[in-house]
Design a protein around this ligand. Sequence first.
Ligand code: HEC
Length: 158
Amino acid sequence: MAYNHNVLLGLVAAAFTATAALAGSHTSGQAEKAVKARKAHMGLNAFNLGILGAMAKGEVEFNADVAQGAANDLAALAMMSQASYWPEGSSSDDMEGTRALPVAWTDMAGIIEKAQALGAATTAMAAAAGTLEGVQAAIGPVGAACGACHKVYRKPDS
Ligand code: HEC
């Protein structure tokens, strides 16, 4: 699967700008639904990364079909627009139940860079997932791309 990172960048930029138009027009519960949706997206990220991680560590026997499926899903998730998941007014300063730091709404260039890094790493994983060695080589950069974004834009566990 070939992913165009310019498309990805456009989508991420759209996510954090277009939603500004929604600010102030939240019907009650809408922000909570958006938080739920982005957590669900992140949960799918973690689930698929977990499958690949277990194989990479030898905890689970390598299976090329399963690995390819998980890798494709990770790459597809990285390409999703997420435009409605991050409305203004849904940061950890604005509401309960979210760890998304306010800086995610002010540092657009930074978050685009992090999303782009995940897109590149998951594209590489999708290309490499046919062999155990490929998964082992590609998993570090994927995990690092997740962690790099969390470090800046997600509140640490309390
Ligand atoms: C561009 C930034 C970014 C990238 C890249 C990213 N995340 Fe996240 N992630 C976040 C933010 C922000 C939150 C906090 C969301 C919230 O609490 O509303 C989060 C939350 C999470 C959560 C907690 C979800 C919950 O139910 O509270 C998990 C698990 C997670 N991410 C896994 C991953 C994995 C695995 C990857 C890589 C495959 C990844 N993330 C990539 C920004 C990112």
